[in-house]
Ligand binder design. Sequence first.
Ligand code: ADP
Ligand code: MG
Length: 717
Amino acid sequence: MSLKPTYKQCHEFLGTPLDTIRGVGPRLVEKFAKMGVFTVEHALYTLPFRYEDRRRLTPIAQLKPDCKEIFVGEVLAASEKTTSRSRRKLFEVIVGDSSGSISLKWFHYRKTWIQKQYPLGRRGIFYGEVKRFGAIREIHHPDVDFLREGQDPQSLLESDPLSFGRILPVYPLTEGLTQKTIRKIWKQIVDRYAEYVVAPLPDEIRKRQNLMPLSDALRRVHFPSSDSSLKELEEGMSPARRTLVFDELFYLELGMALKRRGVLLEEGHAFKLDHIYTKPLAGMLPFRLTEAQRRVLGEIKRDMMSPHPMNRLLQGDVGSGKTVVALMAALVAIENRTQVAVVAPTEILAEQHFFQFQGWMKALGLGVVFLTGSTPTAQRREILQQLKNSTVDMVVGTHAVLQDDVEFAALGLGIIDEQHRFGVLQRACLRKKGKHPDLLVMTATPIPRTLALTVYGDLALSVIDQMPPGRQPVNTKVIVDQQRRQAYQTIRNELVEGRQAYIVYPLVEETEKSDLMAATEGAEFLQEKVFPDKRIGVLHGKMRPADKEAIMRCFKAGELDILVSTTVIEVGIDVPNATVMMIEHAERFGLAQLHQLRGRVGRGQHQSYCLLIRSHRCSEDGLRRLDVMEATTDGFKIAEADLEIRGPGEFLGTRQSGLPDFRVANLIRDGRILEQARQEAFSIANDPGFLTSDHYAELRQALKDRWGDRLELASLG
Ligand code: ADP
Ligand code: MG
């Protein structure tokens, strides 16, 4: 009787180094190391990135261009040639069967060797991608296996079942490795070790989700059975792959669920609603909250009233009205005699938040201070004092607020505006500044749901999915540089109606000047040549904060018609009377930035316009981005497109996101599986016995093995 190995033993087997595998010597070990493959487990999770269909032999006459085909043929002719145009040497072999013939070509070869390989009459099984040039079909650098004299092709197919008669895996390679080698070694590894890949996933989940055992899934992904659907395999939709993806995402979400639960179990502030400030604020607002704002505010208040800390993400498109929601939450905290910290990733953003909050806070008789890295020392000392002895209710600032010597008398609520920067660390930092304060994370950039669930998986999600009433979609047009007159005409028309316009230039950098019209030069040009009768102001990143503020105030008061600017207005500025956003060199901006910029208009009753000026030389991706902008104003659709164009790594920007690398899952493709995995994971994590019951011991161990300390799961012990 053989004993089934325990989960732990299995895990150890999988750590077996590769040099114990037959045929793997020091040379191969080195090559695999280059691919990041050191153990059997690494090899098992180095999956094919595509497949080749070598199941059936095709008669030569039926070989289709642009397809990878496999066929038997006999050498009819073989000779070295020179191409007529580039005078390059090549070796050509014509092979045929009873149905027809095809040309095989090599551009890199050793002549004596290749001539010996292809004597007239030799037969073989060939494999390669068929190309068509005019009426001629040919294959470059085909794979071949020769038949012995008189050998039946079928017997060869059967004698090398790894290369023929099946759907073949194609792996990512490093230099000096061939598909044949890796296939041979991977086959051994899969045959011998796949059985040790076990997932202590509860049976009911496996059944409900239609998952196969992990070891079977691995076997099938590496070496699909002949009756598999090639289409499913190529689209990454095979049941085997789904099993692997589910498994991977399940552990990620389980980790997130536990993190969330860990925070939820802590003791926090149980705030009471006594409306001392929220009610007067509601009375002062020149509008009614939208239904979405009220719903989200309800969710936030419910969290704040609970005795456990809030850990919530507030997501809403540009202009959806997050600020007022955050302000309401802040007032609840202040009513309960605690303090509020608002942290933004850049000085400009922090400043804009400060002005927005300060307006209302002052009206309510409450104090706010502003703290950044450039706050003068004396002033800083005073601010720290005020926060410490509770003479001020709110601080708005940058990461400077997170520094060690910034102490609060009683921090009740932290609000983090993360834009498109994701940092787990900042959240932890802020949390430490109070006794389990509530936390509200805001993102102005919509994140596709799949990413939100992974990056912010431990947060509860509130979405403002409705715009304030009366907003019309911004009319967006891409205009080629030479036709910019059109854009000026649109601006002129709007100014005549009493509206205002933004014109944005990419950068004020000396080095870029030769290339781009900088904002200041742009403004001079516009003033002299295009709008001599209009009032034009300039705003750029290098100006002193007071000067910036003065310009913004003028524009807001309608004392300027056109605000020429660098991207400093990307966020936060709010002038409903501005109806045109013209962006120079629009192809240079990322989608998120363009969306933010466009969000500066369309804030009032009037139809607004976004004019994207592009140069005639514009990259492929640049064009795609501009197309997306023209096609939709929906921030979530734009974010999805952005994710697709750039891929998750780029989209999130560097590794600081804290997002683990996925071995199998693809966030663009696997959103649905992620949702399912998340649901199952959260329901398990909410089982009160999860952390202690023996029933889950292996699952807990597996979770630790998967994510180690990356998820900071102290509770797992
Ligand atoms: P964002 O979500 O981009 O931070 P803001 O909070 O800056 O958006 O709000 C955008 C604009 O919409 C502001 O002028 C704000 O005063 C206004 N606003 C917010 N909520 C409403 C509402 N319910 N009705 C009308 N206007 C609103
Ligand atoms: Mg805002």
